[in-house]
Design a protein around this ligand. Sequence first.
Ligand code: BGC
Length: 762
Amino acid sequence: MGSDNAPVARTWRAGMIVPDCDQGQGTQASYVTTRFTLATVVPKAMLHITAQGLYVSYINGVKVGDDHLTPGWTVYDDRLAYQSYPVADLLKAGENRIEIRLGDGWWRSQLMWAQAPIFNCWGDKVAALAEIEGGGELLCATGPDWAAGLLPITKNGIYWGESVDARLAGLPADAGVTVITPSTRRIVPAETAGIKALEPLRAVDSWADGAATVHDFGQNCAAIPRIDMDGPAGASVLIEFCEQLAPGRVWDNRNYRSARAALDYVLAGGPTTWEPEFTFMGYRYARVTPQGGARVTGIVSVPLTSVPEQHGTFASAHPLVNRLVENTVWSQRSNFVDVPTDCPQRDERLGWTGDAQVFAGTACWLADSHAFLRKYLRDVMADQREDGAIPHFSPDPTRLHIAPEDAIWAGSTGWGDAIGVIPWQLYLHYGDREILKECLPAMLRWLDYLWSISDGPVIQSHATWGKKGFTVGDWLQPTGSSAKPQPTIGDDCAATIYHFISTDLTARIAETLGDTALAVQLRARAVTISAAFEHEFMTASGRIANNDQTSYALAFLYGLVPARHHDAAKAHFARVVADAGYKIGTGFIGTPALLPALTMLGLHDHAGRVFLNEDVPGWLFQVRMGATTIWERWDALAPDGSIYDPSMNSYNHYAYGAVCQWLFESVAGLTIDPDHPGFARIVLDPVIIPALSPVAATHQSLRGPIAAGWVLDGDVVTYTVSIPEGVIAEMAARPVLTVNGVAKPGPVTLGAGTHLLTFQRS
Ligand code: BGC
């Protein structure tokens, strides 16, 4: 179910070729190669290339381009991306040689966890497709005349890691190739800028651990090591990885589960520098064990990401808050590796839709996420089920391998709503109407699916994972002590709230696209859902059924609390937060809504106390415990540093980093006006949290750099904003407001330039 605005496929003259020596997934890797002669050097020569599996290409022994893990990960049965590289500087007059090395990748190495592993997800054959053209001519193309051979890579896989026996290098290309028809619907130009390496990280500390040496790179992230080794032929080096040490610096990577995520290298003799080609790991620590006389003379860690440039910064007087923002930046980098994944380390690393939807706003504030998330939305639409259910994750290995009657890995509220929420964030941040148009049909099918779950406005969710109507709910919502658990939201309530959120948002999108009739129809449906919500989940006294933080946060933020219940419900909300000792009581879907809802209601003190709480559960607890990325669970570590159950305990999940959207939009006060998207018009309305003063935020928007910051002195706030050309900013009303020294009743419209505002903190 691709979409009309998707990139145009190319007409290939080359044939896709399978190396005849390939033995299948998990076996020795292979390459294809050919030699071709050029009469003269050809300016502007371009290599267009893709593969089933992963590829690395070399021309005359030089690696082409600086991308990693090409061609990337798309829903391969729907579309396969190809990359194009200028190669004129690699070619020469006379004989040239091209070699394409092939790895198992997401195409056929293990995906999903040990209980339900899927191998050969999109096919059991790796294959290459490539053309070099220049001067209007086809200079070289994959075809039956190419040869194939085996690489010294004895095993590789996304979760497995990589095993190399360098003594096997240089094996002759003595096998043939077979031309096949690509098993994808279409081969399209790459939709993202590629996976890039960042500045290598050096070890900040190293220590002996038996025969091994442990290196601490000081930063948890998705990365590969680059290692310098020396020693006799047959000597070897094992490299293992870990995100978090147990107390006493005890090595513990049980949370990787069935992902071996290790590297082993057998030397061919003499010094060598190596980095893996067909895998990556999620780690902070590397444990290096040399054997048989091998010596490791150097090691760095090379972070990989699809979003190398940072577009947003947020600084405050609170060092833990500043680190929290940095941790979010690193969790985004680590999990934006061609697909927005939940985590980069264990036997999962899947494009979970719920995580992506709650994080989409933050992602756009911190980095240019436009092309990346647009590509992801095309994956999500390709995985949408016949009945409109949106997948739990995309690309979705289960769609091709698990029969719906066995289990449906699609259709959860809070997760599937990504099909509306993410396009809307791309519209707000980048003014992208096309993506709204492209996704609208899928949104409407999703709404019909939601209504069909219980054939009505209130969703009676199914309690069993894999059944139609199952909802993930407020995943990992903390319950506190088992003796006196905290209230949590019921699945029906959560599902019905999201039914409303998606219907209301899609009505707004239809309106934005000028489809008034559709907007009116959907608005009416939204009104029906909100009335049903009130009837089903609100008491006459304005209490919401489960009386938990998530229910109030979502209901207030998305306009589900009727005016007549407003004050009473607000009082209930405030009391639920206070009763929890101002500790967070929300999971994946409640957390991004909690602080925006509290500050929207003027409960700034409540929001500040919850945000700045340094005990578990809370954002700053993990920072205080030394986290360098965002944890999956609030209680990943106990206060004594002991590790929570490793069966589901990632130290690098960006979902809870979604709080950064609140830092930019509320604390720094930068809100995009939906009627003037793409930063054509912003509203300045900062929320003052005294403990954070001074605050300084910057953002590289579509229209140029924006900066906003404030300092509190007594009750007087000095707010400085810098606005680029092409942006209009409206300062919301404030008591005793001055603009550039002149008293002005708000709101005030500001144009390009730097403006100094002062006002009384209300
Ligand atoms: C993933 C999460 C996801 C959740 C939904 C977990 O296994 O890591 O990212 O949102 O499942 O159930």
